[in-house]
Design a protein around this ligand. Structure first.
Ligand SMILES: Nc1nc2c(c(=O)[nH]1)N[C@H]1C(S)=C(S)[C@@H](COP(=O)(O)OP(=O)(O)OC[C@H]3O[C@@H](n4cnc5c(=O)[nH]c(N)nc54)[C@H](O)[C@@H]3O)O[C@H]1N2
Ligand SMILES: Nc1nc2c(c(=O)[nH]1)N[C@H]1C(S)=C(S)[C@@H](COP(=O)(O)OP(=O)(O)OC[C@H]3O[C@@H](n4cnc5c(=O)[nH]c(N)nc54)[C@H](O)[C@@H]3O)O[C@H]1N2
Ligand code: SF4
Ligand SMILES: [Mo]
Length: 685
């Protein structure tokens, strides 16, 4: 049976499941998938362990202990649904629908299961509306404000490039199926440069690695523009035909000399000189980003600035040139996402916005009226993935909060639930999977019947609607009918047959080869009046992060904490509780340079406490074994789950919930900490 991976991963690989007697016995990559080409990854190669794991939640569960203790008893669907319906009715009667808050992320990227009938169910409840994004919103909106549209180049065109800048993306880990296309470019003579504060596995594989201080890239970009303009490496035709504000930009970057930026970025000035000249004189030159660099106080400004580079040099003109980030928005012309909406079900009730990024605050603040009295979590694990996890756990421990979680496993969040509903895995449900790392749409055929009493998310929303006594037919629409109205612009028969179809976009995509920016002037406006009006600067600007290196808080907490994905075998926090995945990754650690460790009397392998005002985690220090970090910066990886940590705390107890400058993201990576040895509990690995 052909299918498509549902994980929150740019690759959206095609797979093939072998089923014998109703049991999935084997999974492998679909060799006919044009992008993933028969390969999966170390996570999903073992997905059957996950599907049939003895730890899987297979019946509804009702809390049978203290909040967060993780003690539950099995219950029938009828009992659990009735309990939830009664509690929601009580909340609505006493506090109004807005006291109910949904929190759903991209645990599955299948269109139906990620976000379809849930919109209608919560509209009918008149609940609060979930807004903002832990992932992607900032990069997308920043690109829109800069060039009028989120659309950028086809990532696969990287294969035609001669110079590839992987800027704040860990391709070999997070977007692994793009790597062969980069290798193809390399075989044809391309040079690959990685720009990242962390020496990642992608940096190890590159021709050149540039390691700026975290959050200082905008200074680097401004200096590159300085060199390009100073040395007249500008594509004047492109600039005069398709951009505006060049003179203002030129005046603005005049002071951004390489030596000025070098001091801010913590790199050598001649590295910037050479990078700028190579970028402007090598054709085609391709810049690739993904998400990582957006998780910062000035995350949107990063993306607004980076798009200036290909417009200055005209790199957009050639296949293999330009700039590529998420290409998820291309699908919007071929599906009807709003067909899932049914706002009339809210019957005009007010629905206040609640940011998913600051859920810890929302659950603990006295400022919200009504306060949050019921929380629904699905497709996500906010205790481990949203910042300020200490607040989230404190909020979830409230006796007067009713928490419902739909899950496959006893996650950091599920253990705080009052009621858990068992969710199907991708093998047990039909869906359509859009991709953000390539231009193919995937179909997922259900391969096996639901394991235990688990249900697809759409079925959960239907059951809840029934239990609440709702009668509007929109709440009960079938999956087939939903899909039929959603898939408006693709050949559905081919999609179902092959489980993958190329979006009907031109082979030669080059979105801005001839300008045509989606701004009102049709030009890339370097001097941006709208951003000026919003207070983000008429021209791209660098500012020190409040909680970044050299920022005002660095006197109290001197070390910058990076918490990126570093794990081959986890997908965010998914899989991190399974031994076959977690054991080879080892335990959660803190990478620290030898000098920073020595200054604190910390030895390699010793237990340390990484802390700030928000919380602390106990992890093992890696000193000698690491060249990953740089002085003044430590790394505690993201993805580990509570059952695999020493003190049930994940790195997000430390991270900042400061919003990004615009775009609705959050500044996880602008977090400052201190590290100290944990007295008298020395351990060696
Ligand atoms: N194996 C695996 N693959 C995954 C995931 C996973 O958990 N595991 N998660 C998936 C998800 S949800 C996403 S969003 C994607 C993310 O894909 P990426 O965006 O490629 O990955 P991230 O690790 O979020 O960030 C990429 C890099 O940005 C760097 N970075 C952070 N701040 C800065 C900065 O200021 N400047 C520069 N230049 N670089 C910076 C980080 O050090 C990191 O190495 O990966 C997906 N793929
Ligand atoms: N410090 C730090 N924090 C980060 C990041 C970081 O790099 N550093 N990365 C951020 C990013 S980019 C992202 S995307 C977020 C990810 O944050 P989350 O989306 O919360 O990520 P996961 O931990 O993978 O949680 C997905 C959950 O969905 C469940 N699930 C899967 N399929 C289904 C289904 O069909 N139905 C139901 N009901 N559940 C399902 C899985 O079992 C899993 O527990 O984390 C963010 N947090
Ligand atoms: S997690 Fe990503 S790389 Fe792995 S199979 Fe799924 S889409 Fe492919
Ligand atoms: Mo993400």
């Amino acid at each position: 049976m052909l299918g498509t991976c549902h994980h929150d991963c740019p690759d959206s690989c095609g797979w093939e499941v072998t089923v014998e007697g109703g049991v999935a016995v084997k999974i492998r990559g679909n060799p006919a998938h044009p992008y993933s080409q028969g390969e999966l990854c170390p996570k999903v190669n073992r997905i059957l362990d996950r599907v049939y794991s003895p730890d899987r939640i297979l019946t509804p569960l009702i809390r049978d202990g203290a909040k967060g203790e993780g003690k539950f008893r099995q219950a029938s669907w009828d009992e659990a649904l009735a309990l939830v319906a009664t509690r929601l009715d009580d909340v609505i009667t006493s506090w109004g629908g807005e006291a109910i808050v949904p929190w759903g992320d991209a645990g599955t990227q299948g269109s139906l299961m990620m976000n379809s009938l849930d919109r209608r169910f919560f509209a009918k409840l008149g609940s609060s509306r979930q807004v903002d994004s832990l992932c992607g919103g900032t990069a997308a909106y920043a690109t829109v404000t800069a060039i009028g549209s989120p659309l950028t180049c086809d990532p696969l065109d990287v294969r035609y490039s001669k110079l590839v800048l992987l800027w704040g993306t860990n391709t070999k880990l997070t977007n692994r199926h793009l790597w062969p296309f980069i290798e193809e470019a390399r075989a044809n003579g391309a040079k690959v440069v990685v720009i990242d504060p962390v020496r990642t596995i992608t940096a190890d594989a590159a021709d050149q690695f540039i390691q700026p201080l975290p959050g200082t890239d905008i200074a680097l970009m401004l200096a590159m523009m300085h060199v390009i303009i100073r040395d007249d490496l500008v594509d004047h035709d492109y600039v005069s035909n398709h951009t505006s504000g060049f003179e203002e930009l030129a005046a603005h970057v005049a002071e951004w000399t390489p030596s000025h930026s070098a001091a801010i970025c913590g790199i050598e000035a001649d590295v910037i000189e050479t990078l700028a000249r190579e970028y402007a004189t090598t054709t085609p030159a391709f810049i690739r980003t993904l998400i990582g660099a957006e998780h910062r106080e000035h995350g949107a400004q990063f993306f607004r600035t980076i798009v200036c580079l290909p417009s200055l040099t005209g790199a957009w003109k050639l296949k293999g040139g330009g700039y590529s980030r998420s290409v998820g928005s291309y699908v919007n012309d071929f599906v009807n996402d709003s067909s899932f909406d049914a706002p009339h079900l809210a019957a005009g009730k007010p629905r206040r916005p609640i940011s998913m990024n600051t859920i810890g605050w929302a659950l603990t603040t006295k400022e919200l009226n009504p306060p949050v009295k019921a929380l629904f979590v699905y497709n996500g694990n906010p205790v481990a993935t949203a910042p300020q996890a200490g607040l989230t756990m404190q909020g979830l421990s409230r006796e007067d909060l009713f928490t419902v979680v739909s899950e496959q496993f006893m996650t950091d969040t599920a253990r705080f639930a009052d009621v858990i509903f068992p969710a199907c895995t991708q093998l047990e449900q039909d869906d359509v999977v859009t991709a953000w790392g390539h231009l193919y749409l995937g179909y997922n055929h259900k391969a096996i019947e639901p394991v235990g009493e688990s249900v697809p998310n759409t079925e959960l929303w239907r059951r809840l609607s029934r239990a609440m006594g709702f009668t509007e037919p929109e709440l009960f629409e079938s999956d087939d009918s939903l899909l039929e109205r959603y898939l408006t612009g693709v050949d559905v028969d081919t999609l179902r047959r092959d489980a993958v179809i190329r979006l009907p976009v031109p082979d030669d995509l080059r979105p801005y080869a001839n300008g045509g920016f989606a701004t009102t002037s049709g030009r890339h406006e370097f001097a941006n009046a709208e951003l000026e009006r919003q207070g983000h600067g008429r021209l791209p600007r660098f500012a020190t992060a409040n909680e970044g290196p050299a920022g005002p808080m660095s006197t109290t907490y001197p070390l910058v904490l990076m918490s990126p994905k570093t794990h081959q075998r986890f997908l965010n926090t998914s899989y991190s509780h399974l031994s076959a995945h977690a054991d080879p990754e080892g335990e959660m650690y803190c990478d620290i340079t030898a000098d920073d460790a020595r200054a604190r009397g910390i030895q390699d392998g010793e237990l340390v406490r990484v802390f700030n005002d928000r919380g602390s985690v106990e992890v093992v220090a890696r000193v000698a074994s690491t060249t990953r970090t740089r002085p003044g910066m430590v790394i505690v990886p993201f993805g580990w789950t509570w059952s695999r940590t020493r003190d049930k705390n994940t790195v997000n107890v430390l991270t900042s919930d400061t919003p990004t400058d615009w775009g609705g993201g959050v500044a996880f990576y602008d977090t400052l900490v201190q590290v100290e040895a944990v007295p008298s509990r020395h351990e060696h690995r």
